[in-house]
Write a protein that binds this ligand. Structure first.
Ligand code: NDP
Length: 246
């Protein structure tokens, strides 16, 4: 399929997990895709090779999403390397849990910097370069709407912040034909939330379908929102959580 032929995308945090699956899904639709990572240079290189094997153009950019200057530089590097930008996917995220009373300031700041501020700054840097048909898609969480258990208060807040950000930015960019949306994963089998991890049984019990999602499930929703078929969808989100929030 080549619905995204000629489109240029940047996916943040795409050395593994959901971001890597999104990068590959966009490639399969014909886009050229740059990826960012924080530490996993070799895994990012593997993603680049996988994209190239599928016939896409790709390169990896080391950029810590917690670092405002690095976020801005990563957008510039993507635009330089790809020759422009049509699709920004704000995927990089971190999860740090525990009772709020016990959380360190460093952990609170890290969650807000990576999960919220980097989305704001990357979008801000991308906006002048996006054209009619452009896309900003951020990865939220089913916890943005409903928090059914303790210990994820700040993380959940960071994801719900993206709801108002997405709605507001959709209003700002609508007149330019640019859409802004969210995809909210539920429990998805990645390093962040392994389906075999200590917390997995409790989460599985909340999933209507009874099993964890795969990164590809989330990627399919992102690829759809990036496609021309989703051109009338903006300021909203698709929940890919197996029915956790049902
Ligand atoms: P993983 O921890 O498996 O992968 C995280 C990816 O983000 C890696 O590529 C990592 O790069 C990158 N990353 C992490 N921190 C930074 C940073 N400071 N700067 C740049 N890149 C960074 O996470 P998932 O794939 O599971 O999560 C992807 C998104 O989905 C996140 O926003 C997460 O909050 C959200 N989500 C995930 C759910 C799940 O169950 N898995 C559920 C709901 C939402 P590196 O390899 O270099 O460290």
């Amino acid at each position: 399929m080549s619905e995204l032929a000629g489109k240029r995308a940047l996916v943040t945090g795409a050395s593994r997990g959901i971001g890597a699956a999104i990068a590959l899904a966009l490639t399969e639709k014909g886009a050229d895709v740059a990826v960012t990572y924080e530490r996993s240079a070799e895994r990012a290189a593997e993603v680049v090779r996988a994209i190239e094997t599928k016939g896409g153009r790709s390169f990896a950019i080391q950029a810590d999403s917690a670092d405002a200057a690095a976020v801005k530089r990563s957008i510039e590097a993507a635009i330089d390397g790809l020759g422009g930008l049509d699709i920004l996917v704000n995927n990089a995220g971190i999860a740090r849990g525990g009772p709020l009373a016990d959380m360190s300031l460093a952990d609170i700041d890290a969650i807000l910097d990576v999960n919220v501020r980097s989305v704001v700054l990357a979008s801000q840097a991308a906006i002048p370069h996006l054209k009619e048909g452009g896309r900003i898609i951020s990865i939220g969480s089913c916890l943005a709407e409903r928090v059914a258990s303790p210990g994820m208060t700040v993380y959940s807040m960071s994801k719900s912040a993206l709801l108002a950000f997405t709605r507001g930015l959709a209003r700002e960019l609508g007149s330019r034909g640019i859409t802004v949306n969210l995809v909210h994963p539920g429990p998805t089998d990645t390093d962040m939330n392994p389906a075999t991890g200590d917390q997995a049984e409790g989460q599985r019990a909340t999933i209507a379908l009874g099993h964890y999602g795969k990164p590809e499930d989330v990627a399919a929703a992102v690829a759809f929102l990036a496609s021309p078929a989703a051109g009338q969808i903006t300021g909203t989100g698709i929940v890919v959580d197996g029915g956790v929030n049902a």
